[in-house]
Design a protein around this ligand. Structure first.
Ligand code: CA
Length: 378
């Protein structure tokens, strides 16, 4: 029986089919508008999410991160995931964000983990630890040092997935109407200062209060508080604190590299296909780094304006005061860790990362800053 060579006809047939298919695709793409192309690409499911924030709508700096994030997600997903951003009080009050996203009333939130210290003391490690890691180091710990995994673990019981949502860099110590010349001057000081820094102030004899950003100006103006910290020159200038406070103190010992957060309802996240999940994560990373870049570019110009045009008195906290606060902070961390096993576990991991990164940064970042300053002095 003669063997038939049947390969060439099959290959030719397949090639012909390929040419026809490709030609049809090109022809249909050329004739279709963007909306039709979108349908052609997937016929895929689209999602509409709500994102609630602890900031007033379109708040400078901090509030631009969720807006930027939502826009990126819409662009990257070709409109398959649309996220509507709501300012504080539009759907839920600022301090109701965690609960709303946990319960699924909104799919996402933007704020800061230390706002939730009342229900979750260990959450404070994921915003800022006084005298702790700076922005660069926090990002390193979270994304390549095991920090994010710990953060996810402590939010898991609340059906929440956390992601870094912005870095402010080193903040300012805050706005004061009286000078701080010694530790005695901290006694009786009523100051808006959240997180662990607030606890440190309490132990130093002051009274820390947590007030959402949108209510701060009035609180300071009416004397409900004597002092407030917020972020840094760029944000603080927009707020107008220079109109109601005389002294602007540095450095921001209490928030050396604060990280903001996105929180995602876990059930909602799991309903997304893999590519949209990757887009959410990538857009959050983008917003996180972009905030730091924005502050780096704008803080210095804003400070110059505050001092040169508005006559703000820039002051450094005395070493004696900083050293006292640092001692109190160490005691506070140790004592809280002794009472709260979860806090202790995160504290241990945080300290292990610090023990690795700080010695190296002494001979790299810090040594370079010193070298650069020497150059300038000559
Ligand atoms: Ca702050």
């Amino acid at each position: 029986m003669k063997k038939i060579n049947w390969y060439p006809p099959i290959i030719l047939g397949l090639l012909a089919l390929l040419v026809i298919t490709f030609g049809t695709l090109v022809a249909s793409r050329a004739s279709l508008g963007p909306a039709q192309q979108f349908t052609e690409v997937g016929g895929q499911e689209t999602f509409e999410w709500k994102l609630v924030t602890t900031w007033p709508k379109n708040f400078p700096g901090l509030g631009s991160a969720p807006e930027r994030f939502a826009k990126k997600v819409a662009e990257m997903s070709g409109g398959r995931l649309k996220i509507q951003v709501y300012g504080a009080g539009e759907l839920v009050p600022a301090m109701g964000v965690f609960g709303a996203v946990s319960e699924g009333a909104a799919q996402m939130g933007h704020g800061a983990a230390y706002y939730w210290k009342g229900k979750l003391p260990a959450a404070q490690f994921f915003t800022a630890v006084p005298f702790g890691l700076n922005a660069q180091e926090m990002n390193g710990w979270l994304h390549h040092g095991g920090g994010l995994e710990l953060w996810q673990e402590i939010y898991e019981p609340f059906n929440l997935i956390p992601m870094a949502g912005g870095s402010t860099g080193v903040q300012m110590a805050g706005w004061f109407n009286k000078e701080i010349n010694s530790v005695e001057d901290l006694r009786g000081l009523k100051m808006r200062i959240p997180g662990l820094g607030g606890e440190v102030l309490n132990r130093a004899g002051g009274t820390a209060v947590t007030i959402p950003g949108g209510e701060l100006y009035t609180a300071l103006q009416t004397g409900v508080i004597d002092a407030t910290e917020w972020v840094g020159p760029y944000n603080d200038l927009a707020f107008g604190f220079h109109q109601i406070a005389q002294y602007y103190y540095y450095p921001g010992w209490h928030e050396p590299g604060s990280i903001l957060e996105f929180i995602v309802n876990k059930s909602a996240f799991e309903k997304l296909p893999d590519d949209l999940r990757a887009i959410v994560r990538a857009a959050a990373r983008d917003a996180n780094q972009d905030m730091l870049d924005e502050y780096t570019a704008r803080n210095n110009r804003a400070l110059k304006e505050l001092v040169d045009q508005h006559g703000v008195q820039l002051k450094r906290l005395p070493d004696e005061v900083l050293s006292h606060l640092k001692q109190i902070n160490t005691q506070l961390l140790e004592e809280t860790a002794a009472e709260d096993p979860q806090f202790a576990r995160i504290y241990k991991a945080f300290r292990e990362f610090e023990a690795q990164v700080i010695p190296y940064h002494r001979i790299s970042e810090e040594a370079y800053y010193e070298t650069r300053s020497l150059e300038r002095d000559h």
